[in-house]
Write a protein that binds this ligand. Sequence first.
Ligand SMILES: [Zn+2]
Length: 226
Amino acid sequence: MIGILERHSLLNRPYQMPRAPSGHLDPEPKPRCPYCLENFSPEILKTSKESFCPLCRHKVVFTLLSAPVHRFNRRQQWDYLANELGYILEWGRRDLDIYLFSQGEFYNPDYRGAKDRFVERCYAAQAVLRLREEFLEAEGELDHLIEGYLRKEKKVDGGLGAELLKGRTWRDKAKLLSAEEAPPRRITEFQLEMLSDLDCAVFGGLEEQKRAIRYLKARLEELDQS
Ligand SMILES: [Zn+2]
């Protein structure tokens, strides 16, 4: 069962992002996660290994650190969304792992349906990523173009297009706050709202998600006292 998932999973053949040479990051503005606006520590940026945002768990993509999210050019917007697709697949895979771990595939009637949706999502994401140049040249906002393509061209996408659009709420808020240079308190409130809305599989389970939320609540209290 797991073997089937591994063969189809994009996680084993991740979309390869071009990496900026280390030491050439633009010092202004301070690099931060373009999804949740968390400032990245130097440790995260210096590591040679793949790293993830400590808050929202999106993969750190170096091509997305040279400009604030509201100023992304079209290629950066593509990388932003391609990384989001990988993120959706990653938590889908973890969701299956949680099913298996907690109940076993034979005891959970939802497992087979969830596994089929996951495999469909992997195929749909691969189809989208293969059309990078066409999407870049097409007119219109990339996430709408991708969602429209998935809806029209694919009979099934496992809900990938809908998930991508659902994330648009948070991407738009991040862009707005970034453009406004919002103060720390508003950014923390946004992070709290965003993390509460994410699927707990993003964090590897409900307890981990609760821990992240407690951490942000404590940060808000600290900001109120300072
Ligand atoms: Zn983040």
